[in-house]
Design a protein around this ligand. Structure first.
Ligand SMILES: Nc1nc2c(ncn2[C@@H]2O[C@H](COP(=O)(O)OP(=O)(O)OP(=O)(O)O)[C@@H](O)[C@H]2O)c(=O)[nH]1
Ligand SMILES: [Zn+2]
Length: 215
């Protein structure tokens, strides 16, 4: 396991350079094994994996998977380590954090937004706002279901920040429902996880939901 900071910083830097080889993320997964499997898949669907356009596809997919599932090798407890004294004991809410994940049933993407709120612990310590988005990345870059992704974020906020409450709402579209199967384009799945004060006090929860839905 490497720290979330290192992993995500590395990924970000890498996207800027556009270089795709030999990163720690890629070294940590069995690229060769993914390549072999993808070659097999290409043969199984009736393609010729040796034709010009497909020759490098297994290697590309292997590198793409290393990136898409990079969160598996990041320890989530390393994300919320930066906290500040702020004497703020009321709601902090970040809306519309982009979410991109892979459904664990079909290995097809689902994407949308996350709204994350928490009430700091009695010590009034807060975390950096970007850390909430980093937390989404660490849990989203794994084979996932939307419900688990939602709960994992809320649970870590409670545990790691000692928050008095956490509310997480995700709104996503699943390509496995759009491109295949039932083929319903545009259906949005909304999941929520409420913990602590948001669970016990309907008024606090209603206030947070009103802010989440305010446009
Ligand atoms: N609850 C939940 N279900 C999901 C998520 N992502 C995909 N699914 C669903 O997972 C289910 C898998 O159902 P199965 O019957 O095992 O697989 P399937 O035959 O491919 O299902 P269909 O998609 O209905 O064709 C489907 O209903 C998907 O819509 C998710 O994040 N949460
Ligand atoms: Zn799916």
């Amino acid at each position: 396991m490497i720290s979330a900071q290192d992993e995500l910083d590395y990924l970000a830097a890498r996207l800027v350079d556009g270089k795709l080889t030999g990163t720690p993320v890629e070294q940590a997964v069995d690229l060769g094994r993914i390549e072999k499997a993808i070659r097999e898949i290409l043969i199984a669907i009736g393609e010729d994996p040796d034709r010009d356009g497909l020759q490098r596809t297994p290697a590309r997919v292997a590198r793409a998977y290393a990136e898409l599932f990079a969160g598996l090798r990041v320890d989530p407890s390393t994300v919320l380590t930066t906290t500040f004294e702020a004497d703020h004991e009321e709601l902090v809410l970040v809306r519309d954090i982009e979410v991109q994940s892979m459904c664990e049933h079909h290995l097809l993407p689902f994407k949308g937004v996350a709204h994350i709120g928490y009430i700091p612990g009695t010590d009034g310590r807060i975390t950096g706002l970007s850390k909430l988005a980093r937390l989404v990345e660490v849990y989203a870059r794994r084979p996932q279901v939307q419900e688990r992704l939602t709960s994992q974020i809320a649970d870590l906020l409670m545990k790691q920040l000692g928050a008095r409450g956490a509310i997480v709402v995700l709104e996503c579209e699943h390509l496995c429902m759009e491109m295949r199967g039932i083929r319903k384009v545009g259906a949005r799945t909304v999941t929520s996880a409420v913990r602590g004060g948001f669970q016990t006090d309907g008024k606090v929860r209603a206030e947070a939901m009103a802010l989440i839905n305010a446009r």
